[in-house]
Design a protein around this ligand. Sequence first.
Ligand SMILES: *[C@@H]1O[C@H](CO)[C@@H](O)[C@H](O)[C@H]1NC(C)=O
Ligand SMILES: *[C@@H]1O[C@H](CO)[C@@H](O)[C@H](O)[C@H]1NC(C)=O
Length: 331
Amino acid sequence: MENLRCLLFCVVISLSSCDAYKILAVFPMPSPSHGILGDNMVKHLLNAGHEVTYVTPYVQKQKNHTHLHLVDVNDIEIFFKAAGDMLDFKQILAGTVDLHDIKFMFQLLSTIADMTLGNPNVQRMMRDPQEKFDVIILEYMFHDLFSTFSAVFQCPYIWFSTIEPHWTIMNLVSGPMNPAYTTDYLQAQIPPFTFMGRVRELWTQIKGLYYHKFDFHDVEEAIYQKQVVPILKEQGKPVPDYNVLKYNASLLLGNSQVAMGNAVPLPPSYKHIGGYHIDEEVKPLPDSLNRDIIYAIEGVFHTAYSIPDGYPEAESKEEDNFLIKICLTDR
Ligand SMILES: *[C@@H]1O[C@H](CO)[C@@H](O)[C@H](O)[C@H]1NC(C)=O
Ligand SMILES: *[C@@H]1O[C@H](CO)[C@@H](O)[C@H](O)[C@H]1NC(C)=O
């Protein structure tokens, strides 16, 4: 009897110690800063003993790991470079390309989503009957299309938001945020707002909700029908309504930290994980830069923007100064 109890105890203990998951991480944005966020998310998951399948355009940069499986979506980066005209840094500075235009951003990002879902490696993964996951982590990039992976693998999914909490992502897990004191991600105003500022935020949100429900929805639904539904039908799986899928996230991880952002009301499904991508051991700054920062009387501002590979450095002093002026007047 004693032996049996001991055996039972051992069996229960060994079952509960087996808590590794099979996780699909989808981070296809062809931009180095997004690559850093994806790589470090995967690093933490692997360190915790999980088995990760990672959809990334940066396959070459990944270290070999027995529990890491890579799905290469490098062709998206090639597209992104070809679309260089659309995102030419000079044009952005000159204001001929409007990155505050939600329709333009949606067109660009939904094209990337379409290419990701249609990528031969991704299609092969979705068609493989052996592929099974316990959970999916999806980088949210202003369209809801990646939620359709959960229909293929029939498992729960988690959104990952790369920036501060904003109404578009919150709308997917609870409801839109109050435009009186939270800004739209493209408007990027800093509260407190003036009366006109509040009106503008409200108007932006009303327009955004309209597009999300009608125009953008139709584009996304068509991509879902084209790239994912045929696979579901082939495999005899149910074809969920796209409107149900996109609001079915189980959790939302945010690259934010309440100490550094605006304290706004958030639903319990939102978890701040800002700073996770920073290495445990941070290398010191080069001496000269460190000295400049310590002795800077006017203070220091830190800015980050990804310049496409091969784009030349600022060509002249004027261009440099122009950049600095923009950063100073923007914030
Ligand atoms: C990773 O593994 C592949 C195949 O097993 C091998 O060809 C490649 O050289 C390895 N890369 C590194 C960095 O160890
Ligand atoms: C929504 O998510 C739950 C929990 O993961 C799951 O049981 C359910 O099947 C999902 N519904 C659809 C339509 O995918």
